[in-house]
Design a protein around this ligand. Structure first.
Ligand SMILES: Nc1ncnc2c1ncn2[C@@H]1O[C@H](COP(=O)(O)OP(=O)(O)OP(=O)(O)O)[C@@H](O)[C@H]1O
Ligand SMILES: [Mg+2]
Length: 112
């Protein structure tokens, strides 16, 4: 299993969720976060307005997926979240050791 964390532009959340749903990825955690990338100290556009980059609002998606589907999920995420402008975000991928469904003790990919 892989954990995929994606930090995206908030206005791309619906597009990304729809794209993931279309390939059958259901479970995810959505967090409202703030951050900055490498343009710290420079200006970045958010919803048509220029902001001094320091702590821009972003959405973080976290999802754990079967290893065999990780590349497909990453591709779907990146293509649905991309505008081509700075600040589009980033994807981080981690190995997951175990997953457990609390309701019934399902483990591993069966718990996803
Ligand atoms: N190295 C990092 N570690 C953790 N979070 C990061 C990192 N880089 C970016 N982020 C997070 O991703 C968000 C978007 O980053 P951003 O897309 O601006 O990255 P970038 O490297 O500056 O690329 P770009 O040049 O396309 O803007 C940041 O606001 C921050 O929350
Ligand atoms: Mg940036």
């Amino acid at each position: 299993m892989k954990k995929i964390e994606a930090i995206i532009q908030p206005h791309k959340l619906e597009d990304v969720k729809e794209a993931l749903k279309a390939i059958g990825i259901d479970g995810m955690t959505v967090l409202e976060v703030r951050g900055h990338g490498r343009q710290k100290g420079h200006k970045e556009v958010y919803r048509g307005m220029e902001y001094q980059v320091d702590q821009l609002p972003k959405i973080k998606l976290e999802m754990v997926v079967p290893e065999a589907r990780a590349e497909e999920v990453i591709h779907t995420l990146v293509t649905s979240a991309r505008t081509g402008k700075i600040g589009d975000g980033k994807v981080f991928v981690f190995d997951v050791v175990e997953a457990i469904r609390i309701r019934n003790d399902d483990r591993g990919e069966a718990a996803l």
